[in-house]
Design a protein around this ligand. Structure first.
Ligand code: 4AD
Ligand code: MG
Length: 476
């Protein structure tokens, strides 16, 4: 099985050599020209089948979606937009694809339609580009932290705590399958009692991450998290991936610096390693923008925006300043906001987007949120009413990062937990970090899909995760 990936072939010096390629047919013209794709790049390789080389029965089987193995000589191409093509010497149909039934015809399909056939959409140019970039960003996450000596800590999926205290959890329960042995007979019909307590899918690996940071100094998690938020928006998933670094001896300032450096690193990585795919998505987005009324079009193209974000520092403001800006805005004065603006509110996405898209026109880090709207573990500021929280807001996305310096003082943390009715006995393991060698520490969570959205310019979060889980939707 010696095969050459199409990306390698198009980048290399293969003219005059025989190669074997395998992939799926995108188009077949004039019983002669096959555009073959293997997912390594959006560029197809053109394969030329000499007249008379194949019998009619085989020619009929070369349809859009069919899989082929082709061996032939690489020759310089006269065709436009391609340097080389393959002059076929042998061709084998590996798998047929009924042209009548194959849903992906060689034409433009809407994203909504493709979402319904998510099991096949990887074979389109748009999703090919999106998921290669998603892969790259995941790789870059590990590279970034590895270069800085962070330990990748695998935190559990099944937990018995609510890290965010927001009560948006999926319960874990066992299910007696038909015909399976019952509990009495040694089966697994434990219902919700398998662990002897109520358990749920994790909403965040942070609390376990903090335990790791108290030993390794710097850790990060990168795994799936689950939230039973009933929000059907273009920014929310019930199952999403989150990256959560946690650093001992960091304060909020260090935390902000790391988060900013991290986001810029990821973007730079994609710009370097996915230039072609980004170019493609840039064009796609430009087309999409043209369909919009002038006033709604974004001022920058995708690549322009990415370059801008890596070349410029993020804006840093306090929550109190953010509220003042909103109160002072033309949008507020003209009553354009749907939700109320006053000190103490949990900013809605319309407010966040005003700040980043209209006011600052760049990513913004907001710190010092009111304690009342933030999680129990955040460090209380000297004023006694705000906490050392930081959210990063990104243009076109809104909140992309949520983080904070943690409350490392045992008495203050215990008091806060009691005030918020969080059981301190059950969370004794967590409090141990404050009992034994507590240190100032901080961390944040980057929503991976929101990051992929930002880099690819995809408007809907369902289009940057292979199989989206949202309310009323768990196909596949
Ligand atoms: O702000 P959140 O809830 O923070 C935490 O979970 C902290 N424990 C993180 C930490 O400090 N270690 O979530 C962090 C990020 C958000 O900023 C957002 O990007 C993403 O996770 N996120 C979601 N992404 C997609 N769908 C959802 N339902 C999301 N909820 C949060
Ligand atoms: Mg948040």
């Amino acid at each position: 099985n010696k095969r050459t990936k199409i990306k390698t072939l198009l980048a290399g010096e293969f003219v005059g050599q025989d190669v074997t390629v395998m992939g799926w047919v995108r188009t077949f013209r004039n019983n002669q020209f096959i555009a073959l794709n293997d997912g390594s790049t959006n560029n197809n390789i053109q394969v030329v089948v000499a007249l008379g080389m194949l019998d009619d029965a085989t020619l009929k089987r070369i349809t859009t979606g069919a899989s082929l193995k082709i061996t032939g000589e690489v020759v310089a191409s006269l065709g436009k937009g391609q340097k080389v093509e393959i002059q076929a010497k042998s061709l084998e149909v590996l798998g047929d694809s009924d042209a009548e039934k194959y849903p992906l015809q060689p034409k433009k399909h809407s994203l909504e339609f493709l979402r319904e056939i998510a099991h096949l959409r990887f074979r389109t140019n748009t999703f090919g580009a999106v998921f290669r970039i998603r892969h790259s960003l995941a790789f870059a996450v590990h590279q970034f932290f590895n270069e800085r000596g962070f330990v990748y800590l695998h935190t559990p999926i099944i937990t018995s705590s609510d890290a965010e205290g927001a009560g948006e959890m999926f319960r874990v329960t066992t299910l007696p399958m038909e015909g399976a042995p019952r509990k009495e007979d040694g089966g697994i019909d434990f219902g919700e009692d398998f662990f002897g307590k109520s358990t749920n899918l994790t909403v965040s690996g942070q609390l376990e991450g903090e335990l790791g940071a108290m030993a390794f100094s710097d850790i990060y998690t990168f795994g799936p998290t689950f939230r039973a938020e009933n929000s059907n928006t273009t920014r929310h998933l019930a199952e999403f991936w989150m990256i959560e670094p946690e650093m001992a001896f960091y304060d909020i300032e260090d935390n902000m610096n790391l988060a900013e450096e991290f986001i810029q690193y990821l973007i730079r990585y994609a710009m370097k390693h996915n230039a072609e795919d980004l170019e493609f998505l840039d064009q796609r987005l430009a087309e999409e923008e043209k369909q919009k009324p002038q006033a709604e079009r974004s001022e920058m193209g995708l690549l322009e925006k990415l370059r801008f974000v890596v070349d410029n520092q993020f804006e840093r403001i306090t929550y109190t300043e953010a509220i003042d800006i909103l109160l002072d805005s033309p949008a507020y004065k003209k009553k354009k906001f749907k939700y109320e603006v006053k000190w103490g509110i949990d900013m809605q996405s319309e407010h966040e987007r005003y700040l980043v898209e209209k006011h600052f026109k760049k990513p913004v880090i907001v710190t010092g949120y009111p304690a009342a709207i933030k999680a129990f573990y955040m460090r209380m500021n000297e004023d006694g009413k705000t906490v050392a929280a930081m959210d990063i807001l990104a243009p076109g996305i809104g909140e992309i990062v949520g983080g904070s310096q943690r409350e490392e003082r045992l008495d203050k943390l215990e008091q806060r937990m009691k005030d918020m009715h969080i059981p301190t006995e059950e969370m004794s393991w967590y409090l141990d970090t404050r009992r034994f060698g507590t240190v100032p520490h901080a961390g944040f969570g980057l929503g991976f899909e929101r990051m992929v959205q930002f880099v690819t310019g995809m408007g809907n979060i369902r289009d940057v995760i292979p199989f989206a889980r949202t309310p009323k939707n768990c196909e596949f």
